[in-house]
Design a protein around this ligand. Structure first.
Ligand code: NAI
Length: 692
């Protein structure tokens, strides 16, 4: 080797006797490869040095077992809030990747595990891409999920490599694909088993086969008029999923392609400008904030060495059945117990349809079903690492059950309850070992709702709480530690918002208007439809519990609907009537309100409750509260969470709005004392780093 290897911290280089140079990225002090400035600087130096080594070819691979490169270093990039700095950085990366692309010898990237975003853009600058044909291989451009689009030349290279429509679809959806799918669309040149990887790399370099020729659609899309037509169609599809004012990235990508797709060199320049613009904007900064908070929650589940393998679930109803099925799908062995045989049969049926939907391959489905064992007698209790109780919401029944099962449990095993409202202290007082008792509050549907509130009662041991959080991450969910206070965090902040919606409906405002107000604010679904989907009986019971502790009135309308048996979607009628599972909107606008007025009433109640939860310390800080609100109730992610939203809008401004609402609608809008504790200065619009 011609140079001192010690000067590179992240890249390992090796030149074999055949003249081929191997560059392996093994980012120092990290488990995952990402493209930080350091990593890119070193790559630039390596490329500058390369001519001296006269290599016969170059292979770029990863030294990490978990994958190739996961993308740009998100924390580093989002810290840039200045357009010209972003522009300089992106253009520098363009320079490095152009250099790589123009090397006068064959270049290959060897891909295993994930190859995402900036990592895939680097691979695209190589002449050949070879991916390991294994389930863990994932290629994709997840940038839109962070409010940007590819910015390291990826938009140009992808569109000229594969069908432009497939390319745009990959970048607009943010989805990732496996090695075979990547081969099929021409994103990689070979998909081979791991053992043939090196041989395939050598063959590509030695034979250096010609690149694929342009296809018909690719040449057609060089015509501006064709791009204009296609872009118009695609914009209409995007508009159904994301509003331009809140999610500008997909629209920016369409503009980029439509205007400059016929001229690669101009498109490179415009890509930089577009992405620098997006990355410094509020949406990207807030989405990155949420991404980093998600990483923070995952990290909470990394302490200690508890590695659960065997779960016993008691109660095979809606929640127990789904929790058990999810755990089995994630690789754990599961026994599920119920007093009714029939309930277990239903749980097995629901579980198999989840397995079929997720896994497709009948052999894999059978493997998971083998791990999912109905257990009427509760034999699993003696073997389980964790026992999760999900029987109906009745403190006496739960306590009685614990007395029966606790003596049979292993000493080290955790005991968890899925209660949604009973304070843990009330359940723990008859336990022999209350220090191992935690709440694991899952949300319905378990397979979709990633968040799990990990409830800390007074008696639990800190180490056991860590075990509970490790369990949550082990099954691919996100742990949010909360105190054992009525409604914990999520139901507590959700309920005033739902009840305000019910009150408005009671006043004669059409449900569809109320829902539209929330959706226009950025919620994934309106509160009336949400209440109907959760079930009005469940909403009412949570509302009553909260009303017993806090200043909350339960609207008569909710009580009367439940009394009439109109329980929402499941009974075919709730606030809405349902035809073929879809809400039929009824009612005409009465009174003089704007959609904005409705949104104000809904959101201000949620924000006020969030401020109260922060003051009471239900979660450790406002950042975790924001994370909970986004992952637990879908609070508009591009706004960065309720507390962050208050700080960007201005504490004073929103506090004044609350006072106006209180004068108009009464004391349920009285400001929580916690508003006084919020820092008065405005947060930087979209400041991505953590604030508390
Ligand atoms: P469910 O009524 O659908 O299921 C309860 C099941 O427990 C029934 O199958 C019943 O036969 C069984 N069961 C009752 N006593 C038992 C015993 N001693 N031993 C074994 N099995 C017994 O109830 P669901 O909705 O699944 O709720 C369960 C728990 O989860 C409750 O504590 C509830 O508050 C909580 N929860 C419910 C949510 C929901 O959306 N339904 C959301 C989050 C938590």
């Amino acid at each position: 080797m011609g140079h001192d290897q010690g000067t590179y911290r992240h890249w390992e280089t090796k030149q074999e006797s055949d003249g081929i140079l191997w560059l392996s990225l093994n980012r120092a002090e990290k488990n995952t490869n990402t493209l930080s400035r350091d990593v890119l600087d070193e790559l630039a130096r390596l490329l500058d040095d390369m001519p001296r080594q006269h290599p016969a070819g170059l292979v770029i691979c990863s030294g990490k077992p978990n994958g190739f490169i996961a993308g740009a270093d998100v924390a580093e990039f989002s810290a840039i809030v200045d357009f010209s700095e972003a522009m300089r950085l992106v253009e520098r990366v363009h320079g490095i990747f152009n250099h790589l692309e123009r090397l006068p010898f064959p270049t290959v990237s060897l891909i295993h595990g994930f190859c995402l975003g900036g990592g895939l853009e680097l691979a695209l600058a190589c002449r050949f891409r070879i991916a390991v044909d294994a389930p863990g291989t994932r290629l994709g451009f997840p940038e839109v999920k962070l409010g940007i689009h590819p910015g390291f030349g990826g938009t140009v290279r992808l569109i000229s490599l594969i069908s432009p429509l497939t390319a745009l679809d990959l970048m607009l959806s943010g989805r990732s694909i496996n090695a075979r799918q990547a081969l099929k669309i021409g994103l990689v040149d070979y998909a081979v088993p791991e053992r043939q990887l090196i041989r395939a790399a050598l063959a590509a370099i030695m034979q250096n086969p010609a690149r694929r020729k342009g296809r018909f659609l690719r040449s057609l899309s060089r015509m501006r008029f064709i791009r204009f037509l296609l872009a118009g169609h695609m914009r209409r599809t995007i508009a159904k999923r994301a509003a331009k004012k809140y999610y500008p990235a997909p629209y920016a990508l369409m503009d980029l392609w439509e205007r400059f797709g016929g001229n690669p060199s101009v498109m490179y320049r415009e890509e930089s400008r577009s992405v620098a613009n997006l990355v410094t904007g509020a949406t990207a900064q807030n989405l990155v904030r949420i991404f980093l908070l998600q990483e923070r929650m995952k990290a909470l589940g990394q302490n200690g060495d508890f590695s659960p393998r065997f779960v016993h679930v008691i109660g095979g109803g809606t929640m127990g059945g789904d929790i058990a099925a999810w755990c089995a799908l994630q690789g754990l062995r599961v026994t599920i117990q119920d007093i009714e045989h029939q309930r277990l049969a239903v749980a097995v049926k629901r579980a198999s349809s989840l397995f079929r939907k997720e896994l497709k391959d009948p052999r894999l489905v059978k493997d998971v079903l083998d791990r999912f064992v109905p257990d009427l007698r509760g034999d699993g209790i003696t073997r389980a690492d964790i026992v999760i109780e999900a029987i109906f919401e009745d403190a006496t029944a739960k306590r009685k059950l614990y007395q029966h099962i606790e003596p049979r449990m292993r000493k080290e095993a955790l005991l968890a309850t899925n209660t949604s409202s009973i304070p843990l202290e009330e359940l723990a007082d008859s336990l022999r070992n209350p220090e191992r008792f935690v709440g694991l509050h899952f949300f319905n549907p378990v397979a979709k709702m990633q968040l799990v509130e990990v409830v800390r009662g007074k008696s639990v041991d800190a180490e056991r709480l860590n075990c509970a959080m490790r369990f949550v991450t082990a099954i691919g969910h996100l742990p949010l530690p909360v105190t054992s206070s009525p409604g914990f965090l999520i139901n507590r902040i959700l309920m005033p918002y739902l009840l305000e919606a019910a009150t408005m409906e009671q006043e004669g405002i059409p449900a569809a208007d109320i829902d539209r107000a929330a959706v226009e604010f950025g919620m994934p679904m309106g509160p009336i439809l949400l209440a109907d989907s959760v079930g009005l009986d469940i909403c009412l019971s949570v509302a009553r519990i909260l009303a017993g502790h806090f200043k909350t009135e339960v609207p008569k309308r909710l009580e009367s609907l439940v009394a009439m048996g109109s329980l929402g979607k499941k009974s075919g009628r709730g606030f809405y009537a349902y035809g073929k599972g879809k809400p039929v909107s009824s009612g005409k606008k009465t009174g003089s309100y704007t959609i904005g007025d409705l949104a104000d009433r809904l959101i201000m109640r949620l924000l006020n409750e969030a401020v109260g939860c922060r003051r009471e310390g239900i979660v450790a800080d406002g950042d975790l509260l924001d994370a909970g609100a986004v992952f637990g109730i879908g609070f508009a992610p591009f706004r960065g969470g309720p507390i962050h939203y208050i700080r960007t809008e201005g504490v004073e401004v929103l506090h004044a709005r609350l006072e106006t609402l209180e004068q108009r609608y009464g004391s349920r809008f009285a400001a929580d004392p916690g508003w006084r504790e919020l820092p008065a200065q405005k947060a930087n619009q979209g400041f991505a780093r953590m604030q508390e």
